[in-house]
Design a protein around this ligand. Structure first.
Ligand code: C2E
Ligand code: MG
Ligand code: MG
Ligand code: MG
Length: 276
C-alpha cells in the first residue's frame, strides 16, 4: 500500500540519519588523535595558465588519510569541525604545511608558485588571523606574496564590518587575498567595489550551470571583463573539459583549476607535475 511504502521510506530515512549521526560522532571522537598522529595531509591542486598550460599556482586542500576508512573528503568533516571549533587547529596545520612547502621549494631551487590556503569563516570571530600569517611568514622566511588567503564569498557578505578592517590589514601586510566560490551568493558584483581582493575564484557550480546557456555565457563574459577593469585576477574552478577552458580563454580568463588539468595531488606528485 501507499501508506506502507511511505512508512518504509520514512524508516529508511531514519536509519540513514541515525547512521550518519553515529559516523559524525566517530569523526569527532577521532579528530584529535588524527591530528596528533599526522593523519591530515595537504594536497595541492595545480592552477594552470590556459594559454601556456604552465602551472602558476596551487590550492592547498586538506585530506584525512584515515588508517581504516581510506581518504576522507573535506566535505564530510569540515562542516562538523566548523561547528565544534576544531577547524581552527586544522587550518593552522594546513597553513603551516603551505609555508613549509614554499620554503622547501625555495631551498630546492624550484620555480616557486604561490600556494592558496582556505581560511574558514570561523577565524573571522577570533582576532589573531593576521598575526598568525605574519608569524608563519617569519618562521619559514617566506615572502608574503607567495601565500594567498581564500575566503568564501558568503563570509565576506555576512561579516562585512569586521572583515573590512582585516582585509585591509592583510593587504597592507602584503598577503594576497582571494574571494572563493564567487557567484555562489547573490551580492557578488556589488561587493567587489568595496573589498580590495586580488583574485576572484569563480565557483564550480556557478560555472557549470551558467556556461550551459547563451545568457549564462554573457553573464560570465561580463563578470570577467568587469573584474579585469577593477584589476582583479580571475581563476575559474572546476574546469572539466577542453570546451570549458576554450570558452573561458576567449572570455578573458587566464587561469583555471580543474580535473581537466589535474586533481588535487600529494605534494611530491604536484612537484612532478609542476616542476618537471
Ligand atoms: P574549495 O575551496 O572551493 O575547493 C575547490 C574544491 O573543488 C575542491 O574540493 C576540489 O577538489 C574540487 N575540484 C577542483 N576541480 C574540480 C573539478 O574539475 N571537478 C569537480 N567535481 N571538483 C573539482 P575538496 O578538496 O573536496 O574541498 C571541498 C571544500 O572543502 C573546499 O572548497 C573548501 O571550502 C573546503 N576545504 C578544503 N580544504 C580546506 C582546508 O584546509 N581548510 C578549510 N577551512 N576548508 C577547506
Ligand atoms: Mg578554496
Ligand atoms: Mg571554491
Ligand atoms: Mg567550494
Amino acid at each position: 500500500s501507499v501508506k506502507g511504502n511511505v512508512l518504509h521510506l520514512l524508516s529508511f530515512y531514519d536509519d540513514t540519519l541515525r547512521k550518519r549521526s553515529i559516523e559524525d560522532k566517530d569523526i569527532e571522537n577521532e579528530m584529535n588523535y588524527a591530528l596528533e598522529h599526522g593523519e591530515f595531509e595537504m594536497y595541492l591542486q595545480p592552477q594552470v595558465s590556459i594559454a601556456s598550460t604552465d602551472v602558476v599556482g596551487a590550492e592547498a586542500l586538506v585530506r584525512w588519510i584515515h588508517p581504516t576508512k581510506g581518504i576522507i573528503s573535506p566535505e564530510r568533516f569540515i562542516p562538523l569541525f566548523e561547528n565544534n571549533g576544531f577547524i581552527v587547529k586544522l587550518d593552522y596545520l594546513i597553513w603551516e604545511k603551505a609555508f613549509a612547502t614554499i620554503r622547501s621549494w625555495i631551498d630546492e631551487g624550484y620555480p616557486v608558485v604561490p600556494i592558496s590556503v582556505n581560511v574558514s569563516r570561523i577565524h573571522l570571530y577570533n582576532s589573531n588571523l593576521l598575526e598568525r600569517f605574519i608569524m608563519l611568514a617569519e618562521k619559514y622566511n617566506v615572502p608574503r606574496k607567495y601565500i594567498e588567503l581564500e575566503l568564501t564569498e558568503t563570509a565576506f557578505f555576512n561579516n562585512a564590518r569586521e572583515l573590512n578592517y582585516l582585509v585591509h590589514s592583510l593587504k597592507k601586510e602584503g598577503f594576497i587575498l582571494a574571494m572563493d566560490d564567487f557567484g555562489s551568493g547573490y551580492s557578488s558584483l556589488n561587493m567587489l567595489k568595496d573589498i580590495p581582493v586580488d583574485v576572484i575564484k569563480i565557483d564550480r557550480g556557478f560555472l557549470n550551470e551558467i556556461v550551459a546557456t547563451e545568457k549564462g555565457k554573457t553573464v560570465i563574459r561580463y563578470t570577467i571583463a568587469m573584474a579585469k577593469k577593477l584589476n582583479i585576477d580571475v581563476v575559474a574552478e572546476g574546469v572539466e573539459s577542453f570546451v570549458q577552458a576554450e570558452f573561458l580563454y576567449h572570455a578573458g580568463c587566464e587561469t583555471v583549476q580543474g580535473y581537466y588539468y589535474s586533481k588535487p595531488l600529494p605534494v611530491n606528485k604536484f612537484e612532478q607535475y609542476a616542476f618537471h
